[in-house]
Design a protein around this ligand. Sequence first.
Ligand code: ADP
Ligand code: ADP
Length: 229
Amino acid sequence: GGTVQFDQVHFGYDPQREILHGISFTVPAGRTLAIVGPSGAGKSTIARILFRFYDIQSGSVTIDGQDIAAVTQQSLRAAIGIVPQDMVLFNDTIGYNIAYGREGASQAEIEATARAAQIHDFILGMPQGYDTRVGERGLKLSGGEKQRVAIARTLLKDPPVLVLDEATSALDSRTETEIQTVLRDISRKRTTLVVAHRLSTVVDADEIIVLDQGRIVERGAHADLVRAD
Ligand code: ADP
Ligand code: ADP
């Protein structure tokens, strides 16, 4: 499951000032859609609407055909995982930061879930590996390691829909490439919305939409859009 559909979505933070002017797109289950465009185009607004931080003025947003206005916040949070640009870590261990929000789960349960979701592979990308590092404090981590923790935390929920919101924008270019490889791997298995501001970083998305001032001005595969440039 996990098909995401926006149909003629109109939205303004202030109803008098519309920000999104009739946005429509479909991300079929398991596919990746990238939303690119300049700062202020409305990319983050689309992500916030998907999480239902705001209600739209008209149109509809559905996941697997179900209007998100009709589902509980709880099931929406279970359905959508987000990897943000710069996750703020708690001043606690890596393990705590990954497992946060799963109160009641024992360390053994968390470990088992993490293993099932193949989270260890990501953490093992850290120089000394998961088992020796899980007890370390999160605040000492580098930018790339922090993003691995953010990814691990998101994957632990095993959400059918994944939102990558400028998830590598804050990293240096070598680390960015490394984390992008990790993200590409996990996005192959689930419905993914990638928010980015450069076309060059979303090469293998199934579809790319270019947003400008709240309108989709172009859409297509990467090769089509590059040709049109
Ligand atoms: P992007 O993510 O593409 O940079 P945003 O979705 O953040 O763009 O912003 C789209 C428009 O909405 C901009 O004009 C921005 O100023 C406005 N905007 C964003 N957040 C808010 C808010 N909380 N209240 C009012 N206007 C906002
Ligand atoms: P920016 O342009 O702001 O630097 P990026 O374009 O680097 O932002 O990336 C936004 C996010 O999308 C990053 O987490 C990146 O790894 C991810 N990403 C880019 N292309 C793909 C893709 N085809 N599939 C999955 N994730 C992708």
